[in-house]
Design a protein around this ligand. Structure first.
Ligand code: HEM
Length: 399
């Protein structure tokens, strides 16, 4: 039985570019970076000692609406902390709202520049690859679905995209960037969710854990974002020099540390990250009622905006980046003409954009419009003109 699921995980891993030997039984035992493999001490047993008790108390005392109002204007990394925050909450932020000592500003600047240069592929891969992959990560799908934000997926998708967008801005980690603030806001949102979701009878009925969003879960999500995108860029033969690869990893190391994952559990190299991903991400991918509903909502959002492509094309692009197996799990209807188009025209689009082929594919403008429209959709710029602010929830999805 175990061999069968290992084989299944391996073939899915190959399809997703998340290759390696997967063994879910000892998932965290030899991550290379991880210590504390013994039961009870690995990252699946770590939540957030600094933020969790604080947010439980903020929620219980009814301070969250005031925090949400007060921090709306707190955006740039060098903005002073806003007034109107409870004293213990402000004291916490003062402690954590900075880069770790091991952060390397030169690498972070390079990563931001890389993210900007490659934003076309990053939009597609984060938005349609990682975004839809999150719906087949059962713990993530169930907690996102049953948290307050699950009821409005466009808003949630836009907020999550804010994280990637702020991470990708030039100077994201510098004084006038916004990433350190966005990451800290996200960290306390997660802490609030750890207090709220266990109170949801709906979540409790489907969850296989008592407290959501452990450090291990965050690492799993990191692999569905950073590690997945890293592998896809290489597979797609997008020029990706070693220094850019290192910088891209470093920006993710800092990002997940700002989300509260202890340094010793963060992969040190891409090789280590890919190994860990093969152990902890690939074998757990599976559909769930919540995930199927979320994927449908996310892909249905595109009906509201003209992406220049049909829903069939979108389904096939998702299948292209995530495999037919995942596409079948999610019930994505086939459109074989679009499937053939994506598989031939997307590689040609990359070659031309990267100056590796002088031939501009006839479909160039179609892909170009598709990418731009997706970016607009996720950034919510169509209506508001700015990215969606992150707010701390005060309850769960009603049902
Ligand atoms: C909220 C990013 C890991 C579940 C958020 C938000 C961001 C974010 C930016 C705030 C926007 C919003 O309110 O929707 C990330 C990143 C992760 C990560 C970058 C890892 C690298 C996880 C994991 C889970 C999770 C592992 C669950 C297993 C949630 C939930 C919310 C949330 C339930 C709250 C949504 C609400 O407002 O109801 N996350 N997240 N996240 N995240 Fe995460």
């Amino acid at each position: 039985m175990e061999n069968l699921s290992r084989r299944k995980a391996l073939s899915l891993g190959v399809a997703l570019g998340l290759v390696g030997v997967a063994n879910p039984v000892h998932a965290w035992a030899s991550t290379g970076s991880g210590t504390g493999a013994a039961a009870g001490t690995g990252p699946e047993w770590i939540w957030d000692d600094a933020a969790d008790p604080l947010m439980a108390s903020m929620l219980d005392k009814g301070h969250v609406p005031a925090i949400n109002t007060a921090w709306a204007s707190w955006v740039n990394n060098n903005d002073p902390l806003p007034s109107g925050l409870p004293a213990d909450f402000a004291a916490y932020l003062r402690q954590v709202n900075r880069l770790p000592s091991w952060a390397d500003p030169a690498k972070l600047a390079r990563a931001a520049d890389f993210n900007r240069r490659k934003d076309t592929y990053l939009f597609m891969l984060y938005g349609l690859g990682s975004g839809i992959m999150s719906t087949v990560i059962p713990r993530e799908a169930k907690s996102v679905y049953w948290s307050a934000g699950g009821a409005d997926m466009q808003d949630r998708a836009a907020k999550t995209f804010t994280f990637g967008y702020d991470l990708s801005e030039l100077g994201a980690f510098g004084p006038t960037g916004q990433f350190v603030v966005t990451a800290n806001k996200t960290r306390v949102v997660h802490a609030a969710v750890r207090h709220l979701l266990p109170q949801s009878p709906h979540w409790r009925a489907v969850a296989d854990e008592t407290i959501p969003i452990s450090a291990a879960d965050i690492l799993v999500t990191f692999h569905s974002l950073g590690t997945y995108v890293y592998r896809k860029l290489l597979d797609w033969k997008v020029p990706f020099p070693a220094a850019d690869q290192e910088a891209f990893l470093h920006s993710w190391q800092v990002a997940i540390h700002l989300l509260g994952v202890p340094y010793e559990h963060i992969p040190r190299t891409w090789a280590e990250a890919e190994k860990q991903s093969a152990r902890v991400l690939t074998p757990i991918l599976t559909p769930s009622t919540e995930g199927i509903a979320l994927a449908e909502e996310l892909l249905g959002l595109t009906a509201q905006i003209d992406l220049g492509v049909t829903r069939g094309f979108l389904n096939e692009f998702v299948r292209y980046v995530l495999s037919d197996e995942v596409g079948d799990w999610l019930g994505l209807k086939r459109d074989y003409a679009s499937a053939a188009l994506v598989r031939t025209a997307w590689p040609a689009f990359i070659l031309f954009r990267e100056g590796l082929s002088p031939v501009m594919p006839g479909t160039f403008y179609m892909f170009d419009q598709f990418v731009r429209a997706l970016a607009m959709l996720f950034l919510n710029k169509g209506s508001s003109g700015s990215t969606t602010p992150i707010t701390i929830p005060t309850g769960n999805r009603a049902g």
